[in-house]
Design a protein around this ligand. Structure first.
Ligand SMILES: Nc1nc2c(c(=O)[nH]1)N[C@H]1C(S)=C(S)[C@@H](COP(=O)(O)OP(=O)(O)OC[C@H]3O[C@@H](n4cnc5c(=O)[nH]c(N)nc54)[C@H](O)[C@@H]3O)O[C@H]1N2
Ligand SMILES: Nc1nc2c(c(=O)[nH]1)N[C@H]1C(S)=C(S)[C@@H](COP(=O)(O)OP(=O)(O)OC[C@H]3O[C@@H](n4cnc5c(=O)[nH]c(N)nc54)[C@H](O)[C@@H]3O)O[C@H]1N2
Ligand code: SF4
Ligand SMILES: [Mo]
Length: 875
């Protein structure tokens, strides 16, 4: 309780793997206040922009409230019976491997455990895979090759104790903002050096000591180069190397690798090698630029090799550090949610491990070999070999490579069940049975963050309508298939206790994962569980792994794995001259089903875009704010060109977030081939090859509306605003009557004011109801030069001059939002920098508040300052 008398509930942010603690205070009307939890070790009270705006994502307007069979609502009994019957029949007729579950690193551990038990223990198939295949699989495989188990050696504290941090394929400033802020704070105190290895200049590079714009896929060559230098400079830790095998072989292959594959100059390489070799306390952080690659596992081992050779692992302030993406990516790995794993870090293909789990689960049948990994799983769906598919908490029709093919495969599957919180996703639209899941804020359980800390998520709101937590839905199906005793769970606490007990058995095989000390928690103790880092057993608790030189391989020694450079599989050619990189933006989460509900978060980067170098833009003849068509044999996308020297010539970058719901022509995974890493099965999501050409639209449009709109155009994207929605449109054919088009777009019969100049292709309409602006449309032959943020703010007001499309001089347009916490726009910031001659990010904060709360925008503020303090660099 706090001073208001309302209960304050401790929980965990549902987004990234930093796993920040939050304090929730429900307002009694379906909303709640969300603050950072000062007591949580991951964030100590801080939140980033996404965490701070959680309150804006709780609206129920798009929630799925009851089960659906086809287009009709159904009761839970009918829907669950149907799922049980169809999975049962399919297994009986076609065998266990004719069914599959595709789940998610965003499930709570308890949900995940039950799903894995159902598939591997009771369906008798290992065909359960997860979106972690697209995310962490290469790290899992690399860890297992080197350490024997999938173990993250260090802790977040190491980031503050290090003297050098190397961000490899990680845009930490945008994707793990609170960790990034922790590093920046430590840097102020101890002068930590920061190196970023990324083909593209990102927000994480602002203020870094060194940015190495490595050639896409060049990381193995780079870390081999480093290992070679480590050896040449006598930096091998021979005492620690007693605990390592494969050193000689790894050194030979490192010495033989081709440094030119890094695309980096000698001086840059030297600067990096000097820093790394000359600093003992170094942490190499890595993420999707490493994992999402056909040499992802080798990249991981190339990094681990350098740390093993120098003994810089498992000690204060040093070690390789895989930052996990999803809030429970780690929990999913621990429960064995991947098709090639067993629960509690045991191995599916080890007969003894299998027998132990089978015995514990009293399971009738267990698969003896790995199941289908995500890319192969959806191929098998497409080929008709998987006939019943249950997708839980993930949106593969958007996020899988070859997304158009995956979408078609799901559409063509005999029986598809989707559990989601909304029916408005590309995947949910393809379901035969749609099951309403309780959302974050309504469900209870545990998650594990990147540094092995297990935290509780606690329900603070009742689930709306008939929504139920995922574990309960899965357990219901298990019971209805005849496995009552195995799935007789009444609460997440019960599931957690079973799982913790099993981890104790697993630890007897010398495994790292052991939370057996939590196996006897009472319900009340589980409710009150404070964040705790595993292992948690009678003999071990928390801490780091491997500093003592003991690993989880059969001989107890770590393995250095000899690796050598391999280029990305997709080749560049005249037909596909651009390397297509993909990733994330600061304020959106994946397929946007939650973050896009927040007007604040949507105002940062409201449109799908393609970063392209000025030289390439010139060669293609791109006009300002042009749309481009990006294509290859797999698919095509239409995106707004964002001309920037942050990318190298010949390379382009697009965010992964937009979908059939928010911008149907901007589904970037339609362009990503399903090439996978041979060891981990993780797809190469960052290195497709594409052609880029101007998309010559006949007309361009911008719309604002108080209600949702239904655009019909070759290109459109729609975004929430405080007053309703805004949309960008572009089309190839001109409608016969623009007013009809506008009425259809807004579905309105309201009074209209029009300004039209057909010879110049200008058509503007403002619809008003009772003197208030309901909607407005601006059409022109070139991308509309109007002040968008200003217009979006006019909806619902009397808006006298809306049709001028411009803010009057006394009402300046704030521009795109940079600081989401205080809603401060780019134009406002630039004006303040110029007017008040602001010289630092703190000075901007003092003037405008921008950057003073979560700090997620500080890197962008820094970049704006730099651009205004320095004359523009020549291209
Ligand atoms: N805002 C936000 N934060 C998120 C998420 C989100 O959706 N939005 N998602 C979460 C999830 S699930 C994940 S997995 C993480 C991902 O976190 P990150 O991995 O940091 O994010 P990405 O933007 O996917 O990719 C990181 C960088 O890899 C670079 N890269 C591409 N190719 C290469 C290469 O060959 N070598 C190297 N060294 N770098 C390369 C890209 O240019 C990109 O800047 O973020 C988590 N946090
Ligand atoms: N090109 C490209 N593609 C990528 C990536 C990339 O970098 N580039 N990154 C990959 C990575 S790392 C990841 S992690 C994936 C992420 O991709 P996805 O997992 O497909 O993306 P999300 O939008 O997180 O999907 C989560 C779904 O679960 C629903 N949901 C929310 N809460 C609940 C709940 O409590 N229960 C249930 N049952 N459902 C819920 C949401 O509405 C949403 O539909 O994308 C991958 N795809
Ligand atoms: S860094 Fe941001 S998105 Fe990640 S857990 Fe913390 S508040 Fe949530
Ligand atoms: Mo991820």
């Amino acid at each position: 309780m706090d001073g208001t008398g309302l209960p304050e509930i401790r929980s965990t942010c549902p987004y990234c793997g930093v796993g920040c603690g939050v304090l929730l205070r429900p307002d009694g009307q379906g909303g709640m206040e969300v603050k950072g939890d000062p007591a949580h070790p991951a964030n100590r009270g801080k939140l980033c922009s996404k965490g701070s705006q959680l309150g804006q994502t709780l609206g129920l307007d798009d929630r799925l409230m009851s089960p659906r069979i086809g287009a009709r609502s159904a009761g839970w009994d009918e829907a669950l019976d149907l799922v049980a019957e169809r999975f049962g029949d399919t297994i009986a007729k076609h065998g266990p491997d004719s069914v599959a579950l595709y789940v998610s690193g965003q499930l709570l551990t308890e949900d995940y455990y039950v799903a894995n038990k159902l598939a591997k223990g009771y369906f008798g198939t290992a065909n359960i895979d997860t979106n972690s295949r697209l995310c962490m699989a290469s790290t899992v495989a690399g860890h297992k090759r080197a350490f024997g188990t999938d173990t993250v050696p260090g802790t977040y504290d190491d980031l503050e104790e290090a003297d050098l941090i190397v961000l490899t394929g990680s845009n930490l400033a945008w994707c793990h903002p609170v960790l990034y802020q922790r590093i920046i704070a430590a840097r102020k105190k101890r002068g930590t050096k920061l190196v970023v290895i990324d083909p593209r200049r990102t927000a994480s590079c602002d203020g870094a000591d060194l940015h190495l714009a490595v050639a896409p896929g060049g990381d193995v060559a780079l870390f081999n180069g480093l290992l070679n230098e480590v050896s040449l400079r006598g930096k091998i830790d021979h005492a620690f190397a007693e605990n390592v095998t494969g050193l000689e072989e790894a050194l030979v292959s490192a010495a033989g690798d081709d440094l030119s594959a890094t695309g980096l100059g000698e001086a840059e390489l030297r600067a990096f090698f000097d820093l790394w070799c000359g600093t003992e306390k170094v942490v190499t952080v890595f993420s999707q630029g490493v994992n999402q690659s056909t040499s992802g596992t080798d990249k991981v081992n190339a990094i681990l090799n350098c740390h093993l050779a120098t003994g810089r692992i498992g000690r204060v302030g040093m070690g390789p550090f895989s930052v996990t993406g999803q809030p429970n990516a780690m929990g999913g790995r621990e429960v064995g949610g991947l098709a090639n794993m067993l629960t509690c870090h045991l191995d599916l293909e080890n007969a003894e491990h299998r027998a132990t789990v089978q015995d514990f689960w009293t399971s009738p049948e267990m698969p003896e070999a790995a199941g289908l990994k995500a890319v192969d799983m959806f191929r098998a769906v497409g080929e008709g070999n998987i006939k019943a598919l249950w997708i839980i908490h993930t949106n593969p029709a958007v996020s899988m490579p070859d997304a158009d093919r995956v979408r078609d495969a799901i559409a063509g599957c005999d029986f598809v069940v989707v559990s989601d919180v909304t029916d408005r996703t590309d995947t949910a639209r393809l379901a035969d049975v749609l099951l309403p899941a309780a959302a974050w804020g309504e469900k209870s359980g545990t998650v594990t963050n990147s540094d092995r800390t297990i935290s509780r998520q606690r329900a603070a709101l009742p689930p709306p309508g008939e929504a139920r937590p995922d574990w309960e839905i899965i357990a219901e199906v298990g019971r209805r298939m005849g496995w009552g005793a195995a799935f007789d769970f009444q609460s997440p606490a019960e599931i957690f206790r079973e799982y913790a007990a099993l981890s104790g058995l697993a630890a007897r095989f010398g495994r790292d994962f052991d939370i057996s000390a939590l196996a006897e928690l009472s319900d009340a103790e589980y409710d009150a569980l404070a964040p705790v880092r595993w292992p948690v057993s009678a003999t071990r608790s928390g801490g780091r792994f491997f500093g003592d030189g003991r690993f989880f391989t059969p001989d107890g020694k770590a393995r250095m794995v000899p690796v050598s450079h391999r280029a990305p599989v997709s080749g560049l050619s005249d037909a596909r001259p651009f390397r297509f990189n993909t990733g994330r933006v600061r304020d959106q989460w994946h397929t946007m089903t939650r973050t896009a509900k927040s007007p604040r978060l949507s105002a940062h980067l409201p449109e799908p875009f393609l970063e392209i170098h000025p030289k390439d833009a010139r060669a293609l003849g791109l006009k300002p704010a042009a749309l481009v068509r990006v294509a290859n044999d797999h698919g095509a996308a239409i995106l707004r060109a964002l001309v920037t020297d942050a990318v190298r010539p010949g390379q382009v970058f697009a965010p992964m977030h937009w979908t059939g719901e928010t911008a149907p022509s901007a589904r970037v995974d339609a362009l990503v081939p399903g090439h996978v890493d041979p060891v981990s099965g993780q797809p190469e999501s960052k290195a497709a090859t594409v052609s880029v050409e101007p998309f010559e639209a006949a007309w361009y449009g911008f719309a604002v509306s108080s209600r949702d709109l239904s655009p019909k155009a070759e290109y459109w994207t729609r975004t929430r605003t405080d007053a309703g929605y805004r949309a960008e449109l572009a089309g190839l054919t001109t409608p016969a009557n623009w007013e009809d088009f506008a009425r259809d777009l807004f579905d309105t019969g309201a009074e209209v004011q029009a300004v039209e100049d057909p010879t110049r292709g200008i058509h503007r309409f403002a619809f008003t109801v009772n003197g208030r602006l309901e909607a407005a449309l601006f059409i022109s032959r070139e991308p509309a030069a109007i002040t968008r943020d200003f217009l979006a703010g006019l909806v619902g007001t009397d808006a006298p001059a809306a049709l001028s499309g411009r803010a009057p001089a006394d009402m300046p347009d704030p521009g795109p939002t940079i600081c989401s916490c205080f809603g401060v726009g780019l134009n406002t910031i630039v004006a303040a920098i110029e007017e008040h001659r602001l010289m630092s990010v703190d000075a901007i904060g003092a003037q405008l508040q921008a950057g003073t709360n979560c700090g997620s925008c500080r890197a962008e503020l820094g970049a704006l300052l730099e651009a205004h303090l320095r004359p523009q660099a020549a291209e």
